[in-house]
Design a protein around this ligand. Sequence first.
Ligand code: UGA
Length: 434
Amino acid sequence: MKIAVIGTGYVGLVTGTCFADSGNDVTCIDIDEKKIENLKQGIIPIYEPGLTELVQRNSAAGRLKFTTDTAAGVQPAEVVYLAVGTPQGKDGSANMSAMWSVVKAIAPYLQESAIVVTKSTVPVGTNAKIFGMLKELTGRECDVASNPEFLKEGAAIEDFMKPDRVVVGVRRPEVSDVLHQLYEPFLRTEKPFISMSPESAEMTKYVANAMLATKISFINEMANLCEKMGGDINDVRRGIGHDSRIGFAFLFPGVGYGGSCFPKDVRALTSMSLDHDCEPTLLRAVDEVNERQKSVFKQPILDHFDGDLKGKNIAVWGLAFKPRTDDIREAPALVLIDWLLEQGASIKVHDPEAMENVEAELGDKVAYCKFRMDAIEGADALVIMTEWKDYHSPDFAEMYQLMKSPVVFDGRNLYEPERMKRRGYKYYSIGRKA
Ligand code: UGA
């Protein structure tokens, strides 16, 4: 099939590349000339395991092209995917300006039978609105479908190639059939292809993310309670997870969720609820608990240093909002670092992938260390904010020697409290007794 993908951000680039890999002719279109120039040379703007190789392989095979020329990309396309950003706008609602301008830009070049598919996370009713816009702009009733994406950063290729399910929202079964053909190579393990209305598909995406965010805020609140009452959240998690109605997934306590999706989608759904006179009590609580959780270590750190952090050397391991990405959007580490700076601490940081992005934001306010052990040299405390594999099994004896005082605030519960005690560390974690 001939496919055009508009927008070469995370979702667009992965979608285009994976569809090319399954044998389609894909043209990825973006207005960012520098980005397109780089992509033509196989240079990928984000860190995503496996993506560079896949882009290079499919470009070399001639199945994957990059251009800034909307006309050239859209004219031959049977399916046009819209994958532009829908960032958080005012009042928490999704900012749709990129989407509307793209709809206007493609309209003159659409084939009569082309199917326009929204891949971006868009408010309920967007597909209907695009249908209306295209009718006005082209004079035709174009097929517009929703096909939300559920991939995770850091596992994007795997998630796209082996989805748990594919959801499409269509008005006509024929459109569903075309999209089903497109996804068949990825559904060979009999995972379901679920067809519904565009409104239901749009809603599915928000509900999935809101549900996952709710699980995280729930377990974080329970973790904080556990800690106060002398329980251990890891044991409690084991105790509840074997109930098949509850399960284990997405119930890891931590320093709160970040990234470009959960925070913005929970807020966008909150804003949609308010627009429809529904009080989003639970959604608001999920966001509020999460914001608070990002600061969960402030008090214990203050208590540990008797309220005075001036001149203290603090090491921070992990800056990205989660491992296997260089993405620092809404990252809990940045909230903590801002506060540590306000308190007068001096900070050394390490992250395997995200340091460049942090440097662009914080400049020389913190020191960047290429090696994790350099960050803890002379440190009064280490704070772990992201569970990169690099941090799971450090040489604790070496760490003990390097640090000025052996104190660890572990925001991802990577170590066993008893063992840390035996190793001589003062160890704080989430939902477990210090
Ligand atoms: C999330 C969803 O998982 C994807 O299904 C969805 O497609 C994507 O948003 C999106 O809407 O585009 P992503 O933001 O890449 O994917 O990352 P996740 O792996 O879901 O992690 C999100 C945050 O939750 C991270 O900060 C992570 O540390 C935190 N988390 C996750 C926890 O604190 N505890 C957990 O048990 C799981």
